[in-house]
Design a protein around this ligand. Sequence first.
Ligand code: NAP
Length: 515
Amino acid sequence: MPTEFRNEALVDFSQAPNRAAMAKAIELVQSQLGRHYPLVIGGKRIDTKDRFKSVNPAQPDELVGTVAKADTTLADQAISEAEKAFGWWKKWEPAARARILWRAAAAMRRRKFEFSAWLVFEAGKSWAEADADTAEAIDFLEFYGREAIRWGADQGATRYPGEDNHVFYIPLGVGIAIPPWNFPLAIMAGMTTAAAVAGNTVVLKPASVTPVIAAKFVELLEESGMPAGVVNFLPGSGGAIGDHLTQHPRTRFISFTGSKEVGLRIWELASKRSPGQMWLKRVIAEMGGKDAILVDETADLDAAAEGIVASAFGFQGQKCSACSRAIVVRSVYKEVLDRVVERAKKIPVGPPRDPMNSMGPVIDEAAFRKIGEYIEVGKTEGRLVLGGEKWGGTGYFIPPAIVADVKPSARIHCEEIFGPVLAVLEARDFEHGLEIVNSTEYGLTGALFSRDRARLERARQEFHCGNLYFNRKCTGALVDVHPFGGFNMSGTDSKAGGRDYLGLFLQMKSVCERL
Ligand code: NAP
């Protein structure tokens, strides 16, 4: 039996040896920038003429690497190889599959700083954010390995006279894993390995702006003993091969994390039967958020301001769990707003390879432009009390922006911006605040700062989101501590890192033998 699951400890960068180790890893990764990564299909490296260029968002003229770009013919090949591998991989004992994940976890733990350094270069993560991403990836490997054994056991059935009954789970088949760029290691690794450890084979199509970290992870899986064909690495543009992968008749399930728009498209396309398709496709779609923190007049206002700032601006607000709406009860509105602005002003923004900078760039030029446009919209929908200035240097940097006095109908209150832009709204009272909280189409994370027991209990029932926190920030979910996934247009509530998760990649079989 494996040891009990424990979350990976976060690195304390106030300790000189840890700082030195990270600086060394940054140098190592710097020396490896610019390399090329081919596709991996059925264990074979396949190159293409067409390639992605992955760049450092803090310094876009710095090439992180180039990656081959699959077309639909290569997508067909990847599905075919995955299907062949499914024939024997599904018969492996869950414990044997789990051991590969644990070896990968151990290897990643040994190379923790290196993986985090890739995240600094490719995703623009600060040291602490990169470390949290790597730690979560390790957690997924450890946890899903254990879960595979639990789900792999005979599930038991009520005894019935004259019959011998058994109930157990079997895998589904070939799955497509389509992760986003914002947790390019943890979410990508979690989605891929949860499906694989349950006995499925996977075609992994990484996000196009962060393919190098995915290539590094696939290499790590191979080194850890993942057999050829089980995880196929298929970088390619979502627009060009995404629909094809979803609609392919041999695709059994699609595990997607990303925007509402793409999630809905996959949901719709997967529901239509393609010629030759023998099953109903399963879709796991984890989508966007418009997460709120509600503060009432009984709250510890400093803690509330701190929680809002950490949730709104950590990783530049590019977390699906980020707080993009602070809803504050009238009697403490001004005080909370002032404290939030005061704190946000002090956040050091700059290239994340420097540990002094806790906010780095946004992911790419398209995000930079889109967020800038939302700040302009914000100026017409409220009072811009912080941010909005042009960034002088190179890189896609956007300092924290705060728009006060926003109305619930405003676009910046309803639409996901996915950047460091916080809308602050005044509520008449707690009741009104709760109404505003539940007024968007999303329902991913949220937090309430209050000391009122009755209100906390009420929010427990009525604050409608998948991950609710009291008197703390609304980001930073931990594997098997805060299973993660949202309601409404935030997705299928798959609860990644939770004990139901592996069941999404399995189907139950009941076998009865007459005695
Ligand atoms: P995105 O634009 O929807 O892309 C996500 C993935 O889908 C990428 O790999 C993308 O490929 C691919 N894709 C694009 N078009 C496709 C198509 N037609 N068919 C199949 N795949 C397609 O999202 P993103 O910008 O990467 O990520 C940010 C979004 O993810 C935000 O909305 C955020 O809230 C959400 N998110 C949600 C969670 C959660 O757990 N709920 C967690 C993290 C992020 P390309 O890169 O090639 O376009």
